[in-house]
Write a protein that binds this ligand. Sequence first.
Ligand SMILES: O=C[C@H](O)COP(=O)(O)O
Length: 235
Amino acid sequence: MLLLVSPKDVNEAIEAIEGGADIIDVKNPVEGSLGANFPWVIKEIREVTPKNLLVSATIGDIPYKPGTASLAAIGAALSGADYIKVGLYGTKSYNQAVDLMKKVVKAVKDIDENKIVVAAGYADAYRVGAVEPLIIPKVAKDSGCDVAMLDTAIKDGKTLFDHLSREILKEFVEETHGYGLKCALAGSLKKEHIPILKEIGCDIVGVRGAACTKGDRNEGRIERDLVKELVELCK
Ligand SMILES: O=C[C@H](O)COP(=O)(O)O
């Protein structure tokens, strides 16, 4: 299982790299759960990241605006992101989510067909009115994405597992794999969740808080030793 770690600046990215993270996921936590960072930060992080490691960038907790989303996705891709992650926050239905993701996929793959597009839903979508999380694998498949992902929208200490049971998450992973796609799971995950995620067949585990000082995704900073511990558990 690969470990994706979400730094907010270049110094945190270096900690994640030195700690052995597999995917460096540029994020701007002050703009939300999947908050987008600036193009120059993505570029700077790509420059310090070894070529063999993938850089991911989120384009935000996106409203249902396919034009805005496609343009933001191009920005992330041209800034050097290999993975482009879209938070399906303002989409209310399967049709809206597929429509938006299809436009993002077209925009990104027109630039480079090897770029990876991630459709990210929220396990606690019911708290913010976003599209139902269990429909994300089908959204990802029907729109031509490469990865189906879940995170949490509200970072209030509740984890992915507080919203969706292990059995439901296993079905999510299996459905995603059935479509030939990869599955990424996140949401205030802690060390103790990693063995469960491995057991249910998750491909990528995403963390920020667990890799930060005192487990605090906002006030803490990513530390290489915390990343190392998580990497070991993912092996
Ligand atoms: O993509 C993963 C997120 O950065 C997860 O952040 P978190 O572990 O603080 O919920």
